[in-house]
Ligand binder design. Structure first.
Ligand SMILES: Cc1cc2nc3c(=O)[nH]c(=O)nc-3n(C[C@H](O)[C@H](O)[C@H](O)COP(=O)(O)OP(=O)(O)OC[C@H]3O[C@@H](n4cnc5c(N)ncnc54)[C@H](O)[C@@H]3O)c2cc1C
Length: 287
């Protein structure tokens, strides 16, 4: 099928894009087009106007003390390859590299992935696990939305029609940080069936003092699993007993399809194992 007819405007700055969105109820932002264009081709989306934000200057990466600010139009490929992201947000780097295949990652953007809000997408899961935020702007001003308040259901967010995501904010990883994104897909490059994003922070004695975790593929939004993984807090290593306990707890306590809960339990145990190993490597490199 071909898309329904639409108009197109390529904006030079954010106010211009907001004005274009506000002036047409059927208007939609287009960034990488990797999710919106397929929906349009299937006529599941019929925007009357596409507001192109690729030239509005939203593709920077800056570290501000303990927060990393990523422009909404930053491509997945850059997240995958940028050395600053690798150092301060390794969970995001790993997750970006798991999205589709290189052609998709070269066009797709972090803002587009978050607003598209696919329940099996990697980046919304990372945002929830890391306790991140998005900064959105409209004619009424700017507001900051926490990850847990952004996703409301299948392909749905709390964003208003005339709001544009400008930036994504994530905490900067500490020197004893460890993280892992573990997922399972039927074929390489396919969307995952389910996945787990995990980030841990450890103290100088190697004890896990903080963790954030989220799972995709179980519900219509990424599920915050931090409480289910509380057994990891205080641990100095990923012992076999701990990993078995995690798989068991996840399997028992996650609602929905039991096979998927089983899968997520195994992925969570694997994520804990890798996060400790990576934290050890990071500490050794920093010493
Ligand atoms: C074959 C294929 C495989 C894929 N595999 C995966 C995968 O494994 N994992 C995965 O997560 N994704 C996958 N994707 C989707 C891909 O990651 C998209 O790039 C991403 O979901 C959307 O980013 P985009 O920049 O292309 O957004 P677009 O398609 O341009 O837009 C998506 C939505 O976001 C809105 N939007 C975009 N930017 C903004 C903004 N700054 N402010 C407000 N609204 C905005 C648009 O209006 C639209 O509603 C795949 C896509 C394809 C075609």
């Amino acid at each position: 099928m071909k898309p329904a007819p639409f108009d197109y405007v390529r904006c030079a700055n954010v106010p211009e894009a907001i004005a274009a969105l506000s002036g047409d109820e059927g208007a939609k932002v287009i960034a990488g087009g990797q999710s919106l264009v397929p929906l349009m081709a299937m006529r599941l989306a019929r925007p009357t106007l596409l507001v192109d934000v690729n030239d509005v200057g939203l593709d920077g990466i800056t570290v501000e003390r303990d927060v990393i600010r990523i422009g909404a139009c930053t491509r997945h490929r850059r997240l995958e390859r940028d050395p600053v992201i690798a150092r301060v947000a390794p969970l995001l780097q790993e997750a970006a590299g798991l999205i589709g295949y290189p052609a998709i990652r070269t066009r797709g953007t972090i803002g587009g992935s978050l607003v598209h809000a696919d329940p099996v997408a990697e980046l919304p899961t990372v945002l929830v696990a890391a306790g991140g935020f998005v900064v959105v702007r409209s004619g009424a001003g700017t507001r900051v939305i926490a990850a847990v308040d952004l996703f409301t259901g299948f392909l749905d967010t709390t964003l208003e029609h005339d709001e544009i995501v400008e930036d994504v904010l994530l905490p900067v990883a500490g020197t004893r940080h460890g993280s892992s994104f573990c997922e399972w897909s039927p074929r390489e490059g396919d969307f995952a069936t389910a996945g787990v994003a995990l980030a841990i922070e450890r103290d100088d004695d190697g004890r896990c003092v903080a963790l954030g975790a989220a799972a995709c593929g179980l519900a219509s939004v990424p599920l915050d699993c931090s409480t289910l993984l509380a057994a990891v807090l205080g641990e100095t290593s990923a012992s076999g007993a701990l990993l078995r306990q995690i798989a068991r707890v996840m399997r028992a306590d996650l609602a929905g399809d039991p096979d998927r809960a089983d899968l997520v339990g195994l992925l969570a145990a694997r994520a804990v194992h890798r996060a400790f190993a990576r934290s050890d490597e990071r500490s050794a490199a920093a010493a």
